[in-house]
Design a protein around this ligand. Sequence first.
Ligand SMILES: Cc1cc2nc3c(=O)[nH]c(=O)nc-3n(C[C@H](O)[C@H](O)[C@H](O)COP(=O)(O)OP(=O)(O)OC[C@H]3O[C@@H](n4cnc5c(N)ncnc54)[C@H](O)[C@@H]3O)c2cc1C
Length: 432
Amino acid sequence: MNTDFDIAVIGGGPNGATAAALLARHSGVAPARIALIAPELLPAAGGTVSTPAAPDLRVAAISRASEQLLRNAGAWEHLVQERVCAYERMRVWHESAPHDGPETLVFSAAEIAEPNLGYIVENRVLASAGLTSFRAQGGQVSGERLQSLQVDAGSARLGTSAGEFTARLVIGADGARSQVRELLKLPLRAHDYRQSAIVATIATARPHQHTAWQRFLGTGPLAFLPLFDGSCSIVWSADQRLAEELMALSPAEFALRLDAASDRVLGATQLLSERLAVPLRRATAVTLVGVRVALLGDAAHVIHPLAGQGVNLGFLDAAALCEVLAAGAAEGEDPGAARLLVRYEQERLTHDTLMSWSMSGFNELFARGPGPAGWIAARLLGLAGASAVLRRGFARRALGLAGEVPPLARRAPGTAPATARPTAAVSRATSW
Ligand SMILES: Cc1cc2nc3c(=O)[nH]c(=O)nc-3n(C[C@H](O)[C@H](O)[C@H](O)COP(=O)(O)OP(=O)(O)OC[C@H]3O[C@@H](n4cnc5c(N)ncnc54)[C@H](O)[C@@H]3O)c2cc1C
C-alpha cells in the first residue's frame, strides 16, 4: 500500500527527536519518508527554537553510550557547546555518614582513563540538537499534536488538527503519558512511588567542581548536578508529604532546608529558579510493540531518576530499533513488519524492565533514615567505594562502556576516548 510516510515518530522530546535523526541516517529509510511530530519544539504556527539564557529545569546526565549515539545521529555537532557541562566525578553518600568520610562512594573519570563521566545537558537542548540534525538531513517535521491513530495490517492512519496522513510504522516517543500507547490501549504496569522529585536551579557558596553529588536520605535521594554556568540543578526526591511541605516554603526557607538536606556539601545554597515537583512512578509497557507500532523512551518505561538513566535508556531503545529496521531495509522489508518489531522487543524489553526494577531496588535499599537500616546502607556504599574493581566496574557500566550496548551506541574498539566538545548553535525550524 502507498503511504505518505514510511515512519512517523510521535514526540519531539530528547528521545523522539534523537531517534528521528538517527533513523534518518542509519535505518535505510529515506529521510524524506520519515515524519517527526514535535509540538513542543515546533509550535504549530512554526517559528524558532529558542534557548532562554537561564538553565531549563529539566536536565539529564548523559552517558558515553549516549554521546556516541548522538554522534551517530549527527546531533552531537548541533548541541550548543556553552550549554553542556562535562562532569568528572560523582560522590554518593548516605545521610548517616559524613560527606567527606570513608563511606562516600566516589566515581572518577581519571580512574577509568576517560575524560569525564558524561555530561549534564538540558532536555530541551538535547531535543533541539536532534531536531536540527533531522531537518538538515531532509526529515519532515510537524508542530501539530497527534489526536487519533488507527492501525490495520496495511498501514497506520494518523490524525492531527492539520489533517490525516498515513505511515507504515508509528514510533511512540511521546513520553510517560503516551497518546500512542493510550489510543491503541497497549497495557502498562505502573507503581506509584508516593514521592515527587523537586527540580530547581540553585547557586552554591562553593563551586560544583564538575562533580555530581548525591546524598541518600530516609525520605529519598537528593542530587546536585553541575551546570554549564556554574549553577547546579537539583533533583530532590521526597516522600509526598515532605515534597508538598517543601514546595510551600518561601525561597529562603527552602534554601535553608536544602542546606541541611545536602549536609552543606557545597556550602549555603540559594534558589535561582522556580521549583517544579514531578510525581514519581515506575511504569513499564507490558509490550513495546503493537500492529505497526513501536514504543521507546518514557512511552515504554518510566524509571526512578536516582541514577539518571531515563534518557540514556531511551537512546538505547532508539539504537536497537534503528539497527533492526536497517537490517529489514537491506532485505526490502516493510518497516512496520511484525517480524522486525518482535525482534526489537526481544532486544529491549528485558533490559528495560531490569533497569526499571533495579532503580526501584536502589531506592528501597538506600532511602533509609538514621537507624540500623541506614547504618547498613551507609556501610554498603562504603564497601563498594573501598573496592577499585567495583568502582571501575560500576562507572564503566553506567557510561555504557561495558555490558550489552547496541552497536550504534558503542564506541568503536580501539578508539581513543573523545575529548572534543560539541559545537554549533540551535536550529531554526518550520512546519512541513
Ligand atoms: C526529576 C527527573 C530527573 C531526571 N534526570 C535524568 C537524568 O539525569 N538522566 C536521564 O537520562 N534521565 C533523567 N530523567 C528521565 C528523563 O527526564 C526522561 O526519561 C526523558 O525526559 C524521556 O524523554 P522522552 O523523549 O522519552 O519523553 P519526554 O521528554 O516526555 O518527551 C515526550 C514528548 O512527546 C510530546 N507529546 C506528548 N503527547 C503528544 C502528542 N499527542 N502528539 C505529539 N507529541 C506529543 C511531548 O510534548 C514531549 O515533547 C529524569 C526524570 C525526572 C523526572
